[in-house]
Design a protein. Sequence first.
Length: 400
Amino acid sequence: MAVELAIVGAGAAGSLAAIEAARRGAQVTLYDTNARVGRKLLITGNGRCNLSNHHAVADRYACADAHALTHSFEVFGVEATLALFSELGIPTYATADGWCYPRSDSAAAVAEILTARLDELGVQVRLQTKIADLRQQGRGWALALGGPEKWVAADRVIVACGGAAYPALGSRGELWPVLARLGHTMVPARPALAPLLADMHALQGLQGVRLDAAVTLLHRSVALASTRGNILFTQSGLSGPAVMDLAYLVHRYPVEALMLRLDFLDGQRPTLYALAEAHPSAPLQLALAGLVPLKLAHALPELTGLAPEAPAGALLTSGLAERIGRLQVRVTGTRGLKEAQLSSGGVPLDELEPVTMASRRAPGLYVCGEAVDVVGPCGGYNLQWAWTSGVLAGRAAAAK
Ligand SMILES: Cc1cc2nc3c(=O)[nH]c(=O)nc-3n(C[C@H](O)[C@H](O)[C@H](O)COP(=O)(O)OP(=O)(O)OC[C@H]3O[C@@H](n4cnc5c(N)ncnc54)[C@H](O)[C@@H]3O)c2cc1C
């Protein structure tokens, strides 16, 4: 007899769990409140679906048990994921820095192909159907459809209900209290990849400027974490991957003690000094204009304590050479779950078996994807976790 498997959530993790389980002979029903499979997938990677990253290994993620995560990735890591996608009809390519995308560059195509594969494999997809509750029933499970009055049975359940980020797309952590009642320590949901709010007083006028920078989050002057990559000045603070990657730390500390250290000239100072020596009486702004966006080049001398019209040579004589391009900004919070690309929180990884995603608290229950407290940086790491954990859960839950 085939295992009757219910999967809650037809996002990235749930869809792949369903495909893997159905390929192993399970009779799968996949539920989602949304009207289509992979609703959130459609907006990933600005519609291009940055679906993995060649550098996605355990130590790039924050979670309760890095050792366990290593096991998960050993069994089903990036290479296995890309091979599976290729097999499913979604060949991929990677950028020079390892970010992976579908050849089609289309998240909509990924969702459409996954939907077709679910159909071919005979997965029953029940859309616009909310699972309101889960209950152990004999050796199996019962799921409450829409409300407590209609229950359906299953041998096993995979919870792939996502987190609480970007709630407009269906994942609101609504099933988390049920997971808590079933014995899991639910870590509260917090924005994990989100733009930061900051005191932009000195940086008025830079809104819209985008560039690569080195970014460090400081707590009482002690560095908590550093990133390097694209940042964007916004009206209320800073955005872009290099800033968003630090958001998961903001809620762990008193916000009044947090600062962001930005270095706009990371690795470029020797070039700037050479320019200043070659053209000492030309405006410093002009030398900077070759290295950073024009608006920032115009603002940097003043932000460093020099006159706006200071000549490039002033850099060499003022003693401010090391300070140019470095800035500290007071952090005041994050943009919140509504605008976050990922939430932290959910089931701690150490309450699951790392190679099967089986709950150590509730037999026959599996949890995967963003509902597990695993946080990766921007760049395909979080979809990779959804695929890895979804496949592991699907395989294990289908096993007789
Ligand atoms: C704007 C944006 C851009 C992003 N870009 C990227 C990117 O390029 N690369 C990357 O790696 N990550 C990206 N992410 C993060 C990525 O989308 C998530 O990590 C991933 O979607 C998590 O997959 P999941 O299946 O766990 O959850 P989800 O994709 O959120 O799916 C969970 C599903 O469960 C359903 N559900 C929830 N509760 C119930 C219930 N009670 N009953 C029935 N159904 C339920 C929801 O409707 C939802 O469809 C992005 C996120 C956002 C918001």
